[in-house]
Ligand binder design. Structure first.
Ligand SMILES: O=P(O)(O)OP(=O)(O)OP(=O)(O)OC[C@H]1O[C@@H](n2cnc3c(O)ncnc32)[C@H](O)[C@@H]1O
Length: 184
């Protein structure tokens, strides 16, 4: 089985990727602190991160990087590309405090997965619409407890169900199809 290195500090992302890729790839969490470029585009951030990590590794193994965020419409897309920083500083409870007073609490999760094997770099994106709600559920990670889709928060779903609907699941499905096509 081939190895695919997933550069992330987030084991939740690796669990989700395994569901799509583990038939063909051994997905391993890879530790590398790539420089996150300042950009509003998740795809640019992820692609540059993947190429940077590929160059820095001591092997010739394909790399994936995933950049994601929660974009709240009435907050002009905040926290968006800054979601990680906002989770670490404010925390999701305070993001809920900010959203609670909004009349329109609709938002979207967006995710771009970048793949590189040194020769080719490709990006795959997915999005899912939902509503910001008071925290519920203890599954998932990050903003999952405050993101509701079809009456359930992502933290109330198991990994399989979240993957079937989520931004990351959609991006990973495209990556898995593309990898399978390249095999043929
Ligand atoms: O950069 P890496 O190391 O991969 O880990 P991270 O968790 O910081 O990853 P991102 O920068 O892509 O994530 C931005 C933020 O969005 C959150 N996030 C990403 N995907 C999510 C998901 O599927 N559900 C809930 N929150 C998510 C995550 O917890 C961060 O606070």
């Amino acid at each position: 089985m081939r190895t695919l290195r997933f550069v992330t500090t987030n084991p939740g992302k690796v669990r989700e990727a395994e569901q799509y890729l583990s038939d063909v790839y051994d997905v391993t969490q890879h530790d590398y602190d790539y420089a996150e470029i300042q950009s509003d585009e998740l795809a640019d951030i992820a692609a540059r991160g993947a190429e940077d990590a590929y160059e820095a590794q001591d092997a010739d193994v394909p790399i994936i990087v995933d950049d994601a965020g929660l974009f709240v419409r009435a907050l002009d897309g905040f926290p968006g590309p800054y979601s990680s920083y906002v989770e670490d500083t404010l925390g999701i409870e305070r993001v809920w405090d900010l959203a609670e007073d909004l009349e329109d609490r609709r938002g979207a999760f967006r995710c771009t997965v970048a793949y590189t094997d040194g020769d080719v770099t490709e990006t795959f994106s997915g999005a899912v619409q939902g509503t910001v709600v008071a925290p519920r559920g203890d599954g998932g990670f990050g903003y999952d407890p405050i993101f509701e889709h079809d009456g359930e928060t992502f933290a109330e779903m198991d990994t399989e169900r979240k993957n079937a609907l989520s931004h990351r699941g959609r991006a990973l499905a495209k990556l898995a199809d593309w990898l399978a096509e390249r095999e043929n």
